[in-house]
Design a protein. Structure first.
Length: 261
């Protein structure tokens, strides 16, 4: 059980699976790192600006903040970051999607370990050699679970969601949000495999896209923020539904109170 400090007034404690706890930990780490990079760039330019003005004896607004300076007189670090913002955003979007897909696999693992009967099928075949590798039925069941989870980890979101729906595993995605999630995953794939250049596979997944083959799928900070909000909502709803249906073990997670409403 993770140790948690007392929540602040604007925070709430919710019960989540280990899969969800790990998802939020990874998301928080990436979010903190992203803002650390931005803050470091802005403050470094601000220090350079104020030091130069002081040494040159030039008057300047001493109430100016690093953010205001970046807007009115951006330094070379800020300009460099803006020039390379696409690469930075690609990296963080990729990590968001990878974290989300890892959550799905981890949640499915927890559910299958809790209710291995979900895997009951006539298609699964085991040889005598397979059976003799295990000293107990429990070990055999866990090995079958891991085999299925491993195979699902290589499937697309649509295939994983269909597999889960067929077996009563809740992946809670609002119908109007499904296209956005598919687009995010398709975007992650071209980030990883095609330098974020739109290709045929991307357009097969996102036929209504405004981008065309050969164009770069440009990203903004708003894209990253909206992705975090959407994926976080899916994780939170899916986790709560899975806990309620399968009685999964939980642990406390301190989160923003508004996000639990």
């Amino acid at each position: 059980m993770a140790e948690l400090s007392d929540p602040l007034p604007s925070e709430a404690v919710i019960e989540v699976t280990l899969a969800c706890f790990d998802y939020h930990a990874a998301m928080l780490a990436d979010h903190s790192f992203f803002h650390f990079l931005i803050d470091t760039v802005l403050r470094s330019d601000f220090v350079t600006f104020t030091a130069r003005r002081a040494l040159d004896g030039v008057e300047y607004d001493k109430n100016m903040t690093p953010s205001e300076l970046a807007t009115s007189q951006p330094g070379h670090r800020t300009l460099f970051l803006r020039k390379n913002s696409q690469a930075l955003l690609e990296m963080f979007l990729g990590r968001q999607i990878d974290n989300f897909q890892k959550y799905l696999v981890d949640l499915i693992r927890e559910i299958l370990r809790s209710t291995p009967s979900i895997l009951r099928t006539r298609k699964e075949t085991l040889t005598v050699d397979d059976l003799l590798q295990f000293s107990s039925i429990d070990e055999l069941v866990q090995a079958i679970v891991e085999r299925k989870v491993s195979s699902l980890s290589y499937e697309g979101f649509g295939s994983v969601r269909d597999w889960c729906n067929e077996r009563g595993i809740p992946i809670e995605v609002e119908p109007e949000d499904l296209a956005a999630i598919v687009e995010l995953i398709a975007c992650r794939n071209i980030v990883a495999h095609n330098r974020c250049i739109v290709d045929e596979r991307y357009l097969e997944a996102v036929p209504a896209s405004q981008f065309r083959i050969g164009e770069k799928r440009s990203l903004t900070v708003d894209d990253i923020a909206s992705a975090a909000s959407l994926l976080g909502t899916v994780v939170q709803k899916s986790d709560a539904a899975a806990v309620a249906k399968f009685g999964l073990s939980t642990q406390p997670l301190v989160t923003n109170a508004e996000s639990t409403q």
